[in-house]
Design a protein around this ligand. Structure first.
Ligand code: GDP
Ligand code: IMO
Ligand code: MG
Length: 400
């Protein structure tokens, strides 16, 4: 069995929790996209971890974890996280392998990330984790892969080349020395992509998506997106093998959030937004920034489900809405007086006016009102829910 967990909105749908829960039925959890821009919170009840780079495999079940070549790897974050999981579960690091062909996020990328975002006509509001720089340098063929550190003089030459290309003054020797200290700490975990594929391809694999379809570089709200195919289309490239995926779980929040800039038709501004933000604890797991909050948007959801090839839905954070009298759902957009239930692309997404249907709120998730909300989503989207998450802890989930 091969499955993937994909965010259907602008990230932070609760992928980490869902991956941890589902991982119990798989041999290995694989990260194929993004980097430390991701922040996946997993609440085990007795302890909590936030994964930025490590796959969210269930630590208590000792599942294997693999970071594929498509992941932008920040050594500092990686080492911190390895030390963190080792504390909760001794020797957890032995379960982890990292592709040698993954690219390294050099610290100067983060400064450049900020500088570029500030030079734009309109800032994207990146996480400043150097993710865009890492993927750009990979495409420009001047990136530093982990395997390049096997030859220190080659690696130094690559860092000097980067400083010429980006016209930044750096002390290449110092950068290299610092990277080598960190490299030596993870050296035992490195593996060639080919060997990893050979070891894994016949096992039960769960691919952990980062961000969400609406942040995908090709189908998201470009240019307000991340730099990779974080949707399911990125799996094969990020794993470096044309793996066939049997099941694609699309994770969606019962409402919508977004961090950073960009269009957001159902955004609630002012007090209403603040209320939802507080109730949902909607502050970035990576940057701590307040997340923008708004109602569920079925037009965007239809688009995301279609383009991600989602085969079943998983709902999260509906418990946060418990107690609301009325719950609006955006079912269509009004554009120049005309009503659209579907969009072919997201070109004019900043010019739409949401059309809402108002649902009765619920007091608990065991109520007719909540059932109606769930049935509405399934009917409109044409895909069924396989699970409903009822709280932050891994075990707070109902299998349907
Ligand atoms: P991810 O990036 O998609 O993994 O999501 P984040 O971890 O950034 O944000 C989701 C937050 O919601 C985390 O703090 C989770 O612990 C929490 N969470 C996940 N599912 C639920 C749920 O069903 N109910 C509640 N109340 N919290 C949830
Ligand atoms: P998880 O995996 C929410 C957003 C940033 C910014 C845009 C580009 O936790 O869902 P980048 O640093 O990638 O160049 O920033 O993408 N972004 C996320 N928003 N959740 C994430 O990850 C995100 N990763 C990036 O806020 O708008
Ligand atoms: Mg997150």
């Amino acid at each position: 069995m091969k499955a993937a967990v994909i965010g259907l909105q602008w990230g932070d749908e609760g992928k980490g929790k869902i991956v941890t829960y589902l991982s119990r039925d798989f041999d290995c959890v694989i990260r194929y996209s993004g980097g430390s821009n991701a922040g996946h919170t997993v609440d085990y009840g007795d302890f909590k971890v936030v994964h930025h780079l490590l796959p969210s495999a269930d630590l208590k079940k000792r599942k294997m974890m693999y970071i594929g070549p498509g992941v932008a790897t920040d050594f500092d974050v990686l080492i911190d996280e390895i030390e963190q999981i080792d504390q909760f579960l001794p020797h957890a690091r032995s379960l982890l392998r990292i592709s040698k062909q993954a690219h390294v996020v050099i610290p100067v990328y983060k400064e450049l990330d900020e500088k570029i975002d500030k030079s734009r006509l309109a800032a994207i509001g990146t996480t400043r984790r150097g993710i865009g720089l890492s993927y750009a340098n990979r495409a420009l063929r001047c990136g530093l892969r982990i395997q390049d550190l096997e030859d220190t003089s080659k690696a130094k030459g690559l860092i000097e080349e980067l400083s010429r290309i980006w016209q930044v003054d750096v002390n290449a020797q110092k950068i290299l020395e610092e990277l080598m200290i960190r490299y030596s700490k993870i050296h035992d975990l490195l593996i060639d992509s080919l060997k990893a594929v050979k070891n894994l391809k016949d096992k039960d694999l769960l691919f952990e998506g980062t961000q969400g379809v609406l942040l995908d570089v090709d189908v998201g709200t470009y240019p307000y997106v991340t730099s990779t195919n974080c949707s399911s289309t990125g799996i094969q490239a990020g794993f470096a093998y044309p793996i066939k995926i049997d099941q694609i779980y699309g994770v969606m929040k019962a409402y919508t959030t977004r961090v950073g800039e960009g269009p957001f038709p159902t955004e609630l501004r002012g007090e209403e937004g603040e209320r939802l933000r507080k109730l949902g604890g909607e502050y970035g797991a990576t940057t701590g920034r307040p997340r923008r909050c708004g109602w569920l948007d079925l037009v965007l959801l239809r688009y995301a489900v279609e383009l991600s090839g989602c085969t079943s839905l998983i709902l999260t954070k509906a418990d946060i809405l418990s107690g609301y009298e009325k719950i609006p759902i955006c079912v269509a957009y009004k554009i120049n007086g005309k009503i659209f239930e579907e969009l072919d692309n997201l070109e004019f997404i900043d010019q739409v006016e949401p059309v809402y249907e108002i649902f009765d709120g619920w007091k608990t998730l065991h109520s007719k009102e909540f059932e109606r909300f769930v049935a509405k989503i399934e009917k409109e989207i044409g895909v069924k829910f396989s699970h409903i998450s009822t709280g932050p802890r891994v075990d707070e989930i109902i299998k349907i």
